[in-house]
Design a protein around this ligand. Structure first.
Ligand code: GDP
Length: 431
């Protein structure tokens, strides 16, 4: 989601303009000089385009003198935004502070829309013309208070924003499930159980490339598409290179799936190959359900040991829903569908930018990031850039240590869930 930042010195009407852009949905605190707002980023929408609107008014900090402060604020804004709305009070004209901001913006070379605000009537239009002197092109006349001109201003701003990337996979149709796991873990037994017992193999769907065969199976009143089942049905007997083909097949199934059910043999110790397959799922960014199969072969001792094994070796995927099943007896196989649904929900979950930042500000206030080179990195705001899997971008003024990013991810999961899905957390840095 592209980012549009609103900059300008205090009292030019930034908050009023932000309110105007957001409509009545989200209220913003008034533009009081020196008062730090706790919410700075919002989801906005104009003519069907989604973008993140950032109100930089709360960032005035540290630097000496108002001109230096607003210049610093502008520096931060251009560092993180894709385009900038620079708000100037047309009735006052260009001040020293405005000049300082304009210098920063001209140097940065990011798209800027110069907003001449408080043009409430025809008389102020002449005042607005003087703002050409800022060297940022035509001043767009706006009255944030009355709404005048704000549509044209947004049209110009959105023209400057980059297009959102298209969705990667086709939407619609049955959800796509990959049943994967190392050889002999019980994939074909489970597939047969699911297809047979429900008596609802709808169809076999032959694809075109690489001849993957999908099976449509009705479970819990819903049709699911089990992808690339040819490899499961048609046993690979190659002794040489069997591993290689198994990996290839797993990757091809993951490419086409939304959610992976990874089968693990509960009766045997976890193997390297199990871990490798789990890593393939998280790296592919797919939703994940872990199914411990052959539960009928486990005794109490094995089960106790299993818990410890999971805590120790599967810590990195502890968020995945887990079901203990037996493909041969059918034990708890019906629990797979709710687990898959839960994982897909997490995979598609979206948190509003306002909600995310309210939470994040509180978290960071309580536990600030560790110093880096003697300096305190600031997390300015965050936005969820995408889903499938959820992807968060943190806009910061310094590098955040890996441990701190993991801390944020852990807290994010505690607060918002995201069960069954990997979560991507990236930084956009302005050193
Ligand atoms: P695949 O290679 O992953 O498709 O594994 P298969 O489905 O061919 O199963 C391998 C072997 O494990 C077969 O002999 C199955 O009968 C057996 N098996 C599969 N699931 C279970 C289970 O839940 N319990 C027990 N006891 N055996 C199972």
């Amino acid at each position: 989601q592209p980012v549009l930042a609103v900059v300008g010195r205090p009292n030019v009407g930034k908050s009023t303009l932000v309110n105007r852009i957001l409509g009545s949905r989200q209220a913003v605190v008034q533009d009081v000089p020196g008062v730090t707002r706790d919410r700075v980023a919002y989801d906005a929408n104009w003519r069907g385009r989604q973008f993140t609107l950032v109100d930089t008014g709360g960032w005035l900090a540290k630097a000496q003198g108002l001109a230096a402060q607003v210049a610093e604020q502008a520096e931060i804004a251009v560092g993180l935004a894709d385009a900038v709305l620079f708000v100037v009070d047309a009735r006052v004209g260009a001040t020293d502070e405005d000049e300082a901001v304009a210098r920063v913006l001209r140097r940065a070379g990011k798209p800027v829309v110069l907003v001449a605000n408080k043009v409430d009537d025809a008389r102020s239009e002449a005042d607005a013309q003087s703002l050409w002197s800022l060297g940022l092109g035509e001043p767009i006349m706006v009255s944030a208070m009355h709404g005048r001109g704000s549509g044209d201003m947004l049209d110009l701003a959105l023209e400057a924003l980059p297009e959102a990337p298209p969705e990667r996979m086709g939407e619609g149709g049955p959800r796509r499930v990959a049943l994967i796991g190392r050889p002999n873990v019980g994939k074909s037994s489970l597939l047969n159980k699911l297809a047979g017992e429900q008596r609802a193999v709808v169809d076999s769907v032959a694809g075109t490339t690489r001849d993957p065969v999908d099976e449509l199976i009705e479970l819990g009143g819903t049709t699911w598409r089990f992808v690339d089942t040819a490899g499961i049905r048609r046993r690979f007997r190659e002794s040489q290179g069997a591993d290689y083909y198994a990996t290839l097949r797993t990757q091809s199934a993951l490419d086409r799936a939304e959610v992976a059910v990874v089968l693990i043999d509960a009766s045997e110790p976890l193997t390297e190959q199990d871990l490798r397959i789990l890593t393939m799922v998280t790296e592919a960014g797919r939703a994940l359900v872990i199914a411990y199969n052959k539960w009928d072969l486990t005794d109490q001792e094995r089960r106790d040991y299993l818990e410890a094994e999971i805590d120790r070796q599967l810590y990195h995927v502890r968020w995945a829903p887990r079901v203990n099943i037996s493909a041969s007896t059918g034990r708890h196989v019906e629990r797979l569908v709710p687990a898959i649904e839960q994982a897909l929900d997490g995979w598609e979950q979206r948190i509003s930018t306002g909600q995310l930042n309210a939470w994040l500000n509180a978290l960071i206030a309580a536990t600030p990031p560790p110093l880096r080179g003697g300096k305190q990195p600031r997390v300015l705001f965050a936005t969820q850039a995408g889903t499938k899997p959820p992807h968060f971008v943190l806009f910061t003024t310094g590098f955040l240590e890996e441990t701190y990013r993991r801390f944020i991810e852990r807290k994010l999961r505690e607060e918002f869930g995201f069960a069954g899905t990997p979560v991507k957390l990236t930084m956009r840095l302005r050193e």
